[in-house]
Design a protein around this ligand. Structure first.
Ligand SMILES: [Zn+2]
Ligand SMILES: [Zn+2]
Length: 452
């Protein structure tokens, strides 16, 4: 087997792994780097430019895995894109939203190459989507060669899959993004068990131990208490969320906390892509039962469209819970604007519920939360920090100890590290080398072909 990581910047970046297995050319994911702009955000397609891909697999619809798929399918218009059923609904919506964002960025930042693809490329990509059920193998043939593809539920987000490729007597497993814990809207991962030949393992949380910290449920309890405290003191509560997955789970958490009397009724301000995805989740529930999200729940919750005509520093005109993207409070997004209004007022509170990249405004605000002020660069506004700022660990990724245990039981001959910052990969590299001395641990250099 030959394996090349096309994610040119390493890190979590623009995920895309090119695998040559027997006669098959297979691409797993093709994302966009969340922090880069223009061509620099793409995977480096050079190794696959002049060849035909036989199979493409989409593990899930976060843009770091999906965001550049239409470019790949434009070059491979006959190749099936194998994926789980929910992604047929979610992927086109995420990509269309991404085109709109790129068009806006073209205007704002003068990035001439944006958008990187067009709506017709999304339509072409959508045509190629080929649904496969979790746990059911599908055999593909090429000449005399054949490969079996099996998708396994990987938790994480609706439609997320780990990918198992079976070629001759070799099993290769790509973990995808994994969460073993069940979420309020989704069951946890059920990954294939060992022995496998090669395991490509995500390492997102390699730099953070949870060993001494709370469980996911304890974190949810702590979050509910904090939201209740903020509302009780007459403040508004901002929860920056990812539009796909975390927003729907938060609706569920708030709904259930109200049912049990732990949270008072108060308006929830939300808008945009996340609300559209609520409707898609409801549709997916009806069609596949793969998510547990009923849109009727929102009808009882006083959900209001957010008015973003707010002025930095002036308190939010409408009290309540603000459930808005982006999760990392990226510039120009609703959560960034809401934070600039909410932060100077001591009754208010900000609750981060997921991972914030240290370079993102959310990450910078968390690092500066004990300081007097925070500068909102994109608004040219220096805000006094008077609202409370807390972080809750509702990550969509498995703990490093869980992934380590999974890797150990796989008794894989080779383990390839992916989807993590360098310090996260280093931790896995060290631990796996110590615990699995028989195995080869590879932290792949981008664009280098490995014979495994
Ligand atoms: Zn993901
Ligand atoms: Zn990811």
């Amino acid at each position: 087997m030959k394996l090349t990581d096309l994610n040119r910047h390493g890190e979590i970046g623009a995920n895309s792994m090119f695998v040559q297995l027997g006669d098959f050319n297979i691409l797993i994911d093709s994302g966009l780097h969340p922090k880069k702009l223009g061509y620099d955000a793409l995977p480096d397609f050079e190794p696959i430019e002049n060849l035909h891909l036989d199979l493409i697999v989409l593990t899930h619809c976060h843009l770091d895995h999906l965001g550049s798929m239409p470019i790949v399918t434009a070059h491979n218009p006959k190749t099936p894109v194998i994926t789980a059923a929910p992604n047929v609904t979610l992927a086109p919506r995420m990509l269309r939203n991404s085109i709109n964002v790129m068009k806006r960025q073209r205007e704002e930042h003068g990035i001439a190459e944006y958008p990187l693809f067009l709506h017709r490329d999304v339509a072409q990509f959508t045509k190629q989507l080929t649904i496969q059920r979790y746990g059911r193998g599908e055999i593909y043939t090429k000449g005399k060669d054949k490969v079996e593809v099996v998708l396994h539920c990987s938790g994480h987000v609706a439609g997320a899959a780990a990918v198992e490729l079976i070629h001759q007597d070799r099993r290769v497993v790509f973990s995808g993004d994994v969460l073993f814990d069940a979420q309020r809207t989704l069951p946890g991962a059920e990954l294939p068990t060992g022995p496998v030949d090669t395991l490509v393992l995500e390492t997102t949380r390699g730099a953070q131990g949870r060993e001494l910290k709370n469980s996911r449920n304890e974190e949810i309890e702590r979050l509910i208490d904090q939201i209740a405290a903020i509302l009780e003191r007459g403040g508004s509560c901002l929860i920056p969320v990812f539009a796909l997955g975390r927003m729907q789970e938060l609706f569920r958490i708030i709904y259930e906390a109200r049912q049990s009397g732990r949270l008072p009724q108060s308006p929830i301000h939300a808008a945009g892509l996340g609300m559209a995805i609520c409707e898609y989740f409801d549709k997916i529930r009806k069609q596949t039962q793969l998510v547990d999200f009923d849109i009727k729940m929102l009808e009882t919750m006083d959900v209001r469209n957010i008015d973003l005509n707010m002025r930095p520093g002036r308190d939010l005109p409408r009290k309540g819970i603000y459930l808005v993207s982006s999760g990392m409070m990226v510039e120009h997004t609703p959560s960034y604007k809401v934070a600039a209004s909410l932060l100077p007022h001591p009754n208010n509170g900000l609750c981060f519920v997921g991972y914030c990249d240290p370079d993102s405004p959310g990450g910078q605000l968390l690092a500066a939360r004990d300081e007097a002020t925070f500068f909102f660069d994109a608004l040219d506004y220096n805000a006094p920090i008077r609202a409370s700022i807390d972080q809750f660990d509702l990550s969509g990724h498995a703990d490093r100890s869980e992934l380590l245990a999974y890797a150990e039981q796989s008794v894989a001959r080779a383990i390839v590290l992916t989807h993590g910052d360098q310090n996260a990969r280093d931790w896995f590299s060290q631990e796996l080398t110590a615990r699995m001395p028989e195995s080869t641990i590879v932290d792949p250099e981008p664009l280098t072909e490995y014979h495994i």
